[in-house]
Design a protein around this ligand. Sequence first.
Ligand SMILES: NC(=O)c1ccc[n+]([C@@H]2O[C@H](COP(=O)([O-])OP(=O)(O)OC[C@H]3O[C@@H](n4cnc5c(N)ncnc54)[C@H](OP(=O)(O)O)[C@@H]3O)[C@@H](O)[C@H]2O)c1
Length: 272
Amino acid sequence: MIRVCVAGATGWVGRALVPAIADAADLELTGAVARSFAGRRVSELLPNAARASTAAKVVIRASVEDALVAGTDVLVDYTSPELIKSNVLAAIRRRAHVVIGTSGLTTTDFDEIDSAARASGVGVVAGANFAVSAILLESFATIAARYLPSWEILDFASARKPDAPSGTARRLASRLASVRAPATAIPVAQTHGEPAARGLDLEDTQVHSIRLPGYVIGAEVMFGSADERLSIRYEGGSGASPYVKGTLAAVRRVTTLTGLSQDLEQVLRFAE
Ligand SMILES: NC(=O)c1ccc[n+]([C@@H]2O[C@H](COP(=O)([O-])OP(=O)(O)OC[C@H]3O[C@@H](n4cnc5c(N)ncnc54)[C@H](OP(=O)(O)O)[C@@H]3O)[C@@H](O)[C@H]2O)c1
């Protein structure tokens, strides 16, 4: 049995994740965090059928420090960019593994987290996007970049998403950069007119962020080669269930690791 604490239990992802953990035969909910529900029981977040479960009795706490009871194996965090680093380091200090869903960490933060996790002998899995389709987009695009020389990324999200580019687009650009730099006929800086029209240069890939009502989250990698084109596109819908599935797989995977992993293809092997 893997004992799990969820930070952000009352959020968009957290509210879908908590009942899924309560239902999973190999997982036990031992802690939950959200300021607005502090002192109340997890039963309030569960459908009627699950209210007799052990998870229902867990009391929601205002902070990770208060919620990480002895024996917690994994902290899952879906809170906010301001909080994520301190939550992760607090869990590592208590020798809990961590699954990071929250966005906003930098490469320097990840280096620090990796060192701390190795020193404590625990694993950390960080996923820019835990949806299985987004993980597959990353895998397929990485294969395509070996054979097709030029590409650009479209980054779709709702009009209300405050940040750009998305974590999904950043991760894609970084994975593609690990294959090679895309070929360009005219360097962006030499564009006649407005170079900004060519998008953001992210690790040599041009990224175009579109924020419109009607979209939730999505990304498309467009490859071009002489006389042929390939587009690989992922689009997330309005429910959080795809992130729940990937997150539960990451919970199972992280207990087998020491140090940080952002390799979500490995996580897929733990998806049911
Ligand atoms: N990796 C992925 O696949 C993926 C997928 C979806 C979202 N995300 C990311 O995950 C994060 C959460 O997304 P969401 O849409 O679920 O957010 P949300 O609906 O705003 O939920 C945030 C949760 O965190 C809690 N929280 C916020 N600040 C807190 C604090 N200072 N102390 C304790 N609890 C706090 C909130 O409860 P209180 O306000 O009551 O404290 C709430 O339960 C975002 O960074 C988002 O970009 C990642």
